[in-house]
Design a protein around this ligand. Structure first.
Ligand SMILES: [Zn+2]
Ligand SMILES: [Zn+2]
Length: 386
């Protein structure tokens, strides 16, 4: 994860994320946040904007409010998204729907809400109608019975030695497929090439779509610049989970066949790989919240149900420490970061990535290595070294 100094210069030319900290290169490589002044305990140092991409896992789609992310054990949300009015749908989308034979009854796009207010708030976002249309189309295709053979779940045979070259060659085949697909009639593609995807892959489809939609429609230039500055962890992640490579190609082909035309130009194998690579190790899990409530929101301090994940580029520069000085609090679909200790000027500001502070050193190291691809060298880990 080497970073060229220019990256930092570019970041510093952007609006400062917060007056309370700067992003700097560390002596051990990579970027980190350092306080610009003494900061007392209990100070909010960052409240993110809405995520640039977010998704609720398929199995929880009816139980988590798509707007405030509230989850109550097994309680099903009663309110679905409204069908976008035809008058609000642009011509391109209408022809797209017709072309793709999307005449099924509107199902709510897989978006559920805990209250009327949450629905209204979600649907008042810019270009939300297009997003709902897109999600509805993806849902319809996901439910389509496909003729292509199901990829076997038993991938025990798939144990390649993962190198950058191997991953590149894998995607080169997809590039060839792309060229052929671009010359094939859409109905034929749907009939013969639509991949059968599982619920995890469908979750990825929705996550990638949310990022593409936000890049196309809603996010500020600054936020997009932070997104582009994120490091990709593609190689590390694929090395840890080789079958992801097969999964990714299915997701890519599914998106190529099913995405509406206005998002197609943002989809290329290169961007798709970068997008997935940036999500790995940079996104924040959406965890079931504990009952510890503050005025600001609920504090995520226990390892509960994993409901989905979100990407907040401006919050991705906080490193992990097993003795953190910040805590993260989810406030609806945003993340707030608050000091839990007095911080001196120039000190690095760190969070706990995975609620692992109660684990022994070895276990913490293992979890961080597997999910974030680094050996934790924090003060606590150094002190606990045998
Ligand atoms: Zn809600
Ligand atoms: Zn540590």
């Amino acid at each position: 994860m080497t970073v060229i100094p220019n990256d930092i210069d570019n970041l510093n030319q952007l609006n400062r994320i917060s007056p309370l900290f700067d992003i700097q290169l560390t002596s051990y490589g990579g970027r980190a946040c350092f306080s610009t002044q003494d900061i007392p305990k209990g100070t909010e140092v960052l409240l993110t904007s809405e995520p640039i991409g977010s998704v609720i896992l398929y199995e929880f789609r009816k139980e988590v409010c798509s707007s405030c992310l509230k989850y109550v054990y097994g309680e099903v949300c009663k309110i679905k998204a409204d069908e976008p009015k035809v008058a609000n749908v642009d011509e391109e989308n209408q022809t797209n729907s017709k072309k793709k034979g999307n005449k099924k009854k509107f199902q709510g796009a897989g978006l559920w809400f805990c209250s009327e207010e949450c629905k209204v708030q979600y649907q008042s976002k810019p270009s939300c109608n297009q997003l709902i249309e897109t999600f509805e189309t993806l849902l319809t295709y996901y439910q389509t019975k496909v003729k292509s053979p199901e990829v076997e779940d038993d991938d025990s045979e798939f144990k390649p030695i993962i190198t950058k070259e191997y991953i590149d060659s894998f995607w080169e085949e997809v590039n060839q497929w792309d060229i052929t697909a671009s010359k094939t009639k859409h109905s034929k593609l749907v009939a013969q090439q639509l991949p059968k995807i599982n619920s995890d892959e469908y979750t990825t489809v929705r996550f990638v779509t949310s990022v593409l939609h936000n890049l196309h429609h809603t996010h500020s230039e600054t936020s997009v610049a932070y997104y582009h500055s994120l490091q990709s962890n593609e190689e590390d992640k694929i090395r840890a989970f080789p079958t992801l490579l097969l999964s990714q190609t299915l997701v890519y082909k599914f998106l190529r066949i099913c995405l509406p035309e206005h998002l197609q130009p943002l989809l290329s194998t290169d961007h798709f790989r970068e997008l997935c690579g940036r999500e790995y190790g940079n996104s924040f899990g959406i965890w079931q919240q504990t009952s510890t409530n503050t005025e600001a929101g609920s504090i995520e301090n226990e390892n509960k149900e994993f409901l989905g994940y979100s990407l907040y580029p401006e919050a991705s520069y906080f490193n992990h420490s097993c003795g953190p000085n910040l805590r993260k609090i989810r406030v609806r679909d945003r993340m707030q970061f608050e000091t839990i200790k007095d911080i001196s000027k120039g000190e690095q500001m760190c969070i706990d990535y995975f609620h692992i502070l109660d684990e022994p050193r070895d276990e913490r190291q293992k979890i961080l290595k597997k999910n974030w691809f680094f050996d934790c060298g924090c003060d606590r880990c150094e002190n606990e070294k045998i």
